[in-house]
Design a protein. Structure first.
Length: 131
């Protein structure tokens, strides 16, 4: 059974890479470039995990995390930051804002799916296409 994963990133290249990798491992990713639209999508459909950039125009990842965690329907969905913020204290600040996990950019294509899978129940984890 594939995991349904919402992926939010305003950079189309990053978004395409993340959704491609998730799909290659058997997941059902939904990619969105706009945080406002992503919040609406998350409220209208069920997702097993949400992967989000932090630095986006308009609503940034911090505001998005607060909105997700304040919504009883979404607060238990794993929320994973994928960001270039890598200064001392950034990881702690990101996790304190409501994210359950942190993946630094640029993503490592060989590790990305397993990093996301770590937040999913075992029966929803990706399948390696080379096996």
């Amino acid at each position: 059974m594939p995991a349904r994963i919402l992926v939010i990133d305003d950079n189309r290249t990053n978004l395409d890479l993340m959704t491609y990798l998730l799909k290659a491992f058997g997941h059902d990713p939904v990619g969105i470039t706009d945080a406002t639209a992503a919040l609406e999508q998350a409220r209208s459909k069920t997702f097993d995990a949400i992967v989000s950039d932090i630095l986006m125009p308009g609503i940034d990842g911090f505001s998005l995390a607060r909105s997700f965690k304040a919504d009883p329907q979404l607060q238990s969905t794993p929320l994973i930051a994928v960001t270039a913020l890598a200064m001392a204290g950034d990881r702690e600040r990101i996790l304190a804002s409501g994210f359950n996990g942190y993946i630094s950019k640029p993503i490592d294509p060989e590790r990305f799916v397993s990093q996301v899978d770590a937040f999913l129940p075992e029966d929803l984890r990706g399948k390696n296409p080379d096996r």
